[in-house]
Design a binder for this molecule. Structure first.
Ligand code: HEC
Length: 160
């Protein structure tokens, strides 16, 4: 008959495996398929709106905890995932801050969004675990991605 210790160990392993599975699913979160049907003009407006929303979420996230913090992080995961679908070739139209270098270095550009999805997933896990330090650190790292990308890929204010 297995000892209690063994059962506890086996249970812990199952819990860990389930947790890993949940995280892996979030990281590979697929963008909303409906976005692909937008016109380039609509994509510009949509991505600008999402970016603005992200700024607001990040600004307020530090003061949140519990379910609100989880929801904020989850919203960021969704938004960054959706952003990966909103910069197809040919979508630098109208009033846009998008620079042509986005499509010359598209893999680098998309990689920043992928990193942001991964970090927001960590932020969510930290919020779920009630780990305030890890949560705050994730917010800071995600904030860094905004500037890192804008530096190279977005028109400076005076250019737009
Ligand atoms: C991988 C690149 C990338 C990342 C990461 C990124 N942005 Fe952007 N951002 C852009 C580009 C490109 C534009 C210009 C989009 C357009 O006008 O078509 C933009 C535009 C914006 C705008 C202007 C929207 C408007 O109305 O014109 C804001 C605000 C903004 N981003 C905020 C953020 C914030 C906050 C973050 C981080 C949470 C962030 N962005 C992360 C690339 C990025």
């Amino acid at each position: 008959m297995p000892s209690n210790k063994f059962i506890a160990f086996a249970l812990a392993a199952v819990v860990a495996a389930v947790a890993t599975l949940a995280i892996a699913q979030d990281v590979t979160k697929t963008p909303d398929p409906a976005l692909a049907a937008l016109t380039p003009e609509e994509m510009v407006l949509k991505r600008q709106a999402i970016m603005k929303e992200d700024g607001g979420i990040l600004k307020g996230a530090g003061a949140l905890s519990g379910a609100d913090a989880v929801a904020a992080a989850d919203h960021l995961v969704t938004n960054f995932s959706n952003l990966t679908a909103l910069f197809p070739e040919g979508s630098a139209v109208g009033e846009t801050g998008a620079l042509p270098v986005i499509w010359e270095k598209h893999a680098d550009f998309q990689a920043i969004f992928a990193n942001a999805v991964a970090k927001a997933t960590e932020m969510k896990a930290a919020a779920e675990a009630g780990d305030a330090d890890a949560y705050a650190a994730s917010i800071k790292t995600i904030g860094g991605f905004c500037g890192q990308c804008h530096e190279t890929f977005r028109k400076k204010k005076e250019q737009s």
